[in-house]
Each structure stands twice: as structure tokens, then as C-alpha cells.
Design a protein around this ligand. Structure first.
Ligand SMILES: [Zn+2]
Length: 135
């Protein structure tokens, strides 16, 4: 064991980090993944971690993979709602803004729609009868 002391830079109020291996859970939207036994200096208050050598890479790879999965799920959800509403991509782009190619890009995960667009689409997905109010 080392006698070294490290303080959490996130908490910034003298919280001591604890060295050890901890299972770190990454959550994006409704998805989560556990990266097992992440070795490093962990903050018991905010969960911040100063990774030991190589661990940041492993954590980052898991984060990147989960982001990719979350982007793909978001894209397929948008596509499903758009189709449920009976809109072509170009029509959806004109109606919700962003231009005729916007939905093509959203549904391929090239760009992300604004949060308000996602919320409106989810609302319309549950209440498709409201679409006529917008058109
Ligand atoms: Zn902290």
C-alpha cells in the first residue's frame, strides 16, 4: 500500500481519493455497461477516477462502444417514429426543421437532432393524432 494522498479535483473540497479497483458503470440514455475492476484513484463522493496506466484506454473503449450503441438506438427510434407518422425523411426535415437531409443524417447517426426535436417526435410517437395540428 502506498502512503500517497490524492484529492478529488472535481469535488475540490479536500475529499481524499481511494486507490483500488472498482467496477465502473457507464450509463447513456437507458443503456449501461459495467467496466470491471477499473484500477485507479477513485472519489467516494462524486465517482471521479484518476486511472492507473492503461485503465483509461479500457474505460474509454467501453464508453465509445456504448456511445455507438446509444447513437444507433436513437437513430432507429427516430426512424420508427417518423415511419409511424407516415412521413418521408424530406417531409420530416421540412416539418421539424433542419432541412430535407436532416432526417437522413439523424437516422444514419451522422448528426444528432436537437433535444427538443427528439422530445417532440417522442410525443408525436405516442400521440400521432397531433401531427395534423402541426401540418
Ligand atoms: Zn469527487
Amino acid at each position: 500500500m502506498t502512503k500517497e494522498k490524492r484529492y478529488c479535483l472535481e469535488c475540490d473540497d479536500g475529499v481524499l481519493l481511494v486507490h483500488g479497483a472498482v467496477d465502473k458503470v457507464i450509463t447513456i440514455d437507458a443503456l449501461s455497461v459495467t467496466v470491471p475492476h477499473v484500477s485507479g484513484w477513485h472519489c467516494p463522493v462524486c465517482g471521479e477516477c484518476e486511472f492507473d496506466d492503461g485503465e483509461g484506454k479500457r474505460y474509454s473503449a467501453a464508453l465509445t462502444a456504448l456511445r455507438k450503441q446509444a447513437d444507433a438506438e436513437r437513430a432507429s427510434t427516430l426512424r420508427a417514429i417518423r415511419k409511424k407518422l407516415g412521413l418521408k425523411q424530406a417531409e420530416a426535415g421540412r416539418l421539424f426543421g433542419g432541412g430535407v437531409n436532416a432526417f437522413s443524417e439523424y437516422e444514419r447517426g451522422k448528426t444528432q437532432p436537437h433535444k427538443s426535436t427528439v422530445l417532440l417526435l417522442k410525443l408525436l410517437g405516442r400521440h400521432p393524432e397531433l401531427l395534423k395540428e402541426l401540418a
